[in-house]
Ligand binder design. Structure first.
Ligand code: UT7
Length: 331
């Protein structure tokens, strides 16, 4: 079977209107704008309205994408939703998005890769397109992190926000590069540093799990921080080296947005110039699967990236999971 190349043909994002600033959080927990900005780079984040779930913000991003590309959702073959905050265990958020969009022909599934979810999903979509079995794959990274955050825990509630980004993956034309390569990794031994223990088959939801706050994010921030920098840098450099490239060849490096200090440390180790690096953590905080496609959408909209530019995405998150993906922008 001869493989074909896959490329991104459209990108879009959706962020809820409502903002929570650091000053707002000062009124809820013992924190300060100064601490949050200095330790994380975050100034504000978005939060959904009551009743608005992951499939809603995912579908909103996807609708914008279809409008931009002038695409009838009925033409979609597959929908992959990367998320750790699905509307519910089942049906999948992909099924809910499918019906909200009217993507009658598409099948779909959710992918649980935490902060690497979008990179995992994009690499997966590219395989379906490369083999020739699918022509139009919608990949969405979406999370409503505020649904699993304890707003009484200052060590986590200041870090996260809600948001979604979406891309369309289609076959590349002759002579186009599109999605070039990826590295995906998991290291389950890191699972104990970032997790949500309650509500699954190990600790099914009951009064005790709720009382023990097991349905919230738990994180050993220091340990995650340590692994995140090394993890992102290693897979970024490995992917560049594999293709005889150096960081200088990149138009844009899109790191997962978890902490500005993590981004800066990675950028310094890679010898990248600040102008090559996508940063929006100050405005949206960590939207988990949403960070990378939201950065990509903003870069495309502002024309920071143009046809033929080389882009490298890199993520690190719960699992531990990590992923890097190299592509040439073909829009
Ligand atoms: O996307 C998923 C992957 N996640 C990550 O990549 C997150 C990685 N980790 C981090 O970003 C950082 O570790 C944090 C931002 C979570 C924490 O920063 P830190 O520099 O590691 O701070 P720390 O946890 O060591 O806490 C330092 C101090 C502590 O007080 P003491 O013990 O020194 O008196 C904390 O209690 O800061 C205190 N603290 C706060 N103070 C004000 C922790 N959270 C807050 C807060 N406001 N929100």
């Amino acid at each position: 079977m001869s493989l074909r190349r896959a490329k991104i043909t459209a990108v879009s994002h959706y962020l809820p209107e409502r903002r929570i600033t650091n000053k707002d959080l000062e009124k809820i927990v013992d924190t300060s704008d100064e601490w949050i900005v200095e330790r994380t780079g975050i100034r504000e984040r978005r939060i959904v309205e009551k009743g608005q779930a992951t499939s809603d913000i995912a579908a909103a991003a996807a609708k914008r994408l279809c409008e931009k590309r002038d695409l009838d959702p009925a033409e979609l073959d597959l929908i992959i939703v990367a998320t750790v905050t699905p509307d519910m265990f089942f049906p999948s958020s992909a099924c809910l998005v499918q019906t909200k969009l009217g993507a009658k022909k598409a099948w779909g599934f959710d992918l649980s890769g935490a902060c690497s979810g979008f990179v995992y999903a994009l690499a997966t979509a590219a395989q379906f397109v490369s083999t020739g079995t699918h022509n139009k794959v919608l990949v969405i990274g979406a999370d409503v992190m505020t649904s699993i955050i304890d707003f009484r825990d200052r060590s986590t509630c200041v870090l996260f926000g809600d948001g979604a980004g979406a891309v369309l993956v289609e076959p590349a034309l002759d002579g186009e590069c599109g999605i070039i390569d990826h590295i995906l990794r998991s290291d389950g031994s890191g699972g104990r540093f970032l997790y949500m223990p309650g509500g699954g088959s190990l600790h099914p939801a009951n009064a005790e799990t709720v009382e023990k706050k097991m349905h919230y994010v738990h994180q050993d921030g220091k340990n995650v921080f340590k692994f995140a920098v090394r993890g992102m840098v290693d897979i970024s450099q490995e992917l560049l080296t594999r293709h005889g490239l150096t960081p200088k060849d990149l138009k844009l490096y899109i790191p997962h947005q978890a902490n500005l200090r993590i981004i800066r440390a990675a950028v310094e180790k890679m010898n990248l110039d600040e102008s090559q690096v996508a940063v929006n953590i100050d405005r949206y905080a960590n939207t988990t699967a949403g960070t990378i496609p939201i950065c990509l959408a903003e870069a495309a909209e502002s024309k920071q990236i143009n046809r033929n530019d080389l882009i490298l995405m890199a993520s690190f998150g719960a699992g531990f999971t990590s992923g890097s993906l190299l592509l040439r922008w073909e829009i």
